[in-house]
Design a protein around this ligand. Structure first.
Ligand code: TPP
Length: 286
């Protein structure tokens, strides 16, 4: 594999990282959250994180249940507030590695304002934001990410709102690491999660993840083959997207409509809140 990873078997993951008593999971058939959990554990293993020095934080939703399956300290916080709790942990104990699992509703809907200000502050937090285009746990209401025309319990005639591009937002706010990948292939997500954990400062990895029960069944995306085909047909690698925008024909540019860019949107350095705090404490002799 291109990343040089040795992918762990399910048995190895179970022994090293999982709370066996928590299984089976609450996830539906075809849900991609198991993949997100696997990729995160593979990345953690690759980085060699000490789980005794790592805290997993989440808000509320199906995706926010993920910390419960990992054999490490976790904080299952309130809806939309995962980043506020994560920021508190980092401020109180900057030696801890903080990884947040959040949904598109949790992280970019009700928690959208926390997302803006946590990125602006640039604390060293890695956020794995699971975008399943819907508020899954509560039965499939439309979210800020629901695609144009997408059917949901609150948009029975199709969504008329423009969807939020979370990665473009995070990039514009100066997040040092920003990436988006669909869950259908493991290599890039595992590499990005590892890069996000290693990055000093705020890292956001958006995972496009199927929700066959709440979103898929209303949108012809209930079966695995349909989901795979949709991700293949509706995602375009960033380099290719930029090339088409610059040099493509009007028809090729038009074909980008309704599709999503995937790849690493930003990989840069920016002074962190923790660095500035340490400098302030030293300067003012606090
Ligand atoms: C303050 C508050 N408002 C609403 C809810 C109800 N609620 C629980 S989970 C959820 C949706 C979560 O959606 P998302 O974050 O997209 O995660 P998913 O379940 O899709 O993984 C909502 C609205 C709540 N628990 N608290």
């Amino acid at each position: 594999m291109a990343t040089g990873l040795r992918i762990k078997t399910a048995a190895e993951l179970r022994t090293n990282y999982l709370r066996r008593e928590m299984f089976p999971t609450i996830f539906c058939d075809g849900c991609g959250l198991g993949n997100v959990l696997n990729y995160t554990l593979w990345a953690i293993d690759e980085v060699g994180l000490d789980l005794d020095r790592t805290v997993f934080v989440s808000g509320i939703g199906c995706s926010s249940r993920l910390p419960g399956y990992i054999n490490a300290d976790g904080l299952h916080a309130t809806h939309g507030r995962a980043l506020a709790f994560a920021s508190g942990i980092r401020a109180a104990n900057p030696d801890l590695t903080v990884i947040v699992f959040t949904g598109d509703g949790d992280g970019a809907g009700i928690g959208g304002n926390h997302l803006l200000h946590t990125i602006r502050r640039n604390m060293d937090i890695t956020v794995i934001l699971v975008n399943n285009f819907t508020y899954g746990m509560t039965g499939g209401q439309s979210a800020p990410t629901t695609p144009d025309g997408g059917f949901s319990s609150t948009t029975p005639y199709g969504n008329i709102e423009h969807p939020l591009d979370i990665c473009e937002l995070a990039k514009a706010l100066g997040a040092p690491y920003v990436a988006r990948w669909p869950v259908v292939s493991p290599a890039q997500p595992v590499k990005s999660i590892a890069e996000g954990i290693r990055k000093r400062g705020f890292a956001l990895i958006e995972m496009l993840t199927p929700c066959p029960t709440a979103y898929g069944r209303r949108n012809g995306l209930k079966e695995i083959e349909q989901i795979w085909r949709w991700y293949r047909e509706h995602t375009v690698l960033l380099d290719e997207w930029e090339w088409v925008e610059q040099f493509g024909s009007p028809e090729e540019r038009e074909a980008l409509r309704g599709k999503m860019k995937i790849g690493v949107f930003q990989d840069t350095e920016r002074e962190t809140f923790e660095d500035r705090w340490a400098a302030l404490v030293a300067r003012e002799k606090l």
